[in-house]
Design a protein around this ligand. Structure first.
Ligand code: CO
Length: 134
C-alpha cells in the first residue's frame, strides 16, 4: 500500500521566518507562500531532491493547527505524508485492520488538490499520518 514519502509537515508560528532559515542557513530551495483559506493554513514548501518539507502556519480563526501550536509554541513536526496508488482500497484495508480514519472516514481533497485521508495518531505510535493518492 505505502509508496514514497511525499512530505513532512512542520507547524510553525511564521512560515516566512521558518523558510528564511531553511533558505539562508541550510541553502534550501523554497516556494512562494500559498494561502489555503479552505484548509486554514499558509504553506511554504522546502524542496529537496528526494522529498519536501511543508511549513504550515495557521490562517484564520479556525485553523486545524492552532491547538497543536498552542501546545508547541515554537513549532513542531505535525504530520508525515505517504503516497498511495489507490486511496479507496487503502481505506478498506485500514478499516478492516481497525485503524481509525479521521473525519468522515472518506477521502477529501487535500491542500495539494489530491485525495487525502488522515489516520489517527493513536493507531500509529503518536504520529499523524496523511495518505495522499498519487
Ligand atoms: Co500534508
Amino acid at each position: 500500500m505505502i509508496g514514497r514519502l511525499n512530505h513532512v509537515a512542520i507547524a510553525v508560528p511564521s512560515v516566512d521566518i521558518a523558510s528564511e532559515k531553511y533558505k539562508n542557513i541550510l541553502g534550501a530551495k523554497i516556494s512562494e507562500p500559498k494561502r489555503l483559506i479552505e484548509h486554514g493554513v499558509t504553506t511554504i514548501f522546502v524542496e529537496m531532491d528526494n522529498t519536501k518539507i511543508e511549513l504550515i502556519e495557521p490562517l484564520g480563526d479556525n485553523s486545524p493547527i492552532s491547538s497543536f501550536l498552542s501546545k508547541h509554541p515554537a513549532g513542531g513536526i505535525h504530520h508525515v505524508c505517504y503516497e498511495v496508488k489507490d486511496i479507496k482500497s487503502a481505506c478498506v484495508i485500514l478499516e478492516k485492520e481497525g485503524v481509525k480514519i479521521l473525519g468522515s472516514g472518506n477521502p477529501t481533497i487535500g491542500a495539494h488538490g489530491k485525495q487525502v485521508v488522515f489516520l489517527s495518531p493513536k493507531d500509529f505510535n503518536g504520529t499523524l499520518i496523511e495518505l495522499e493518492e498519487i
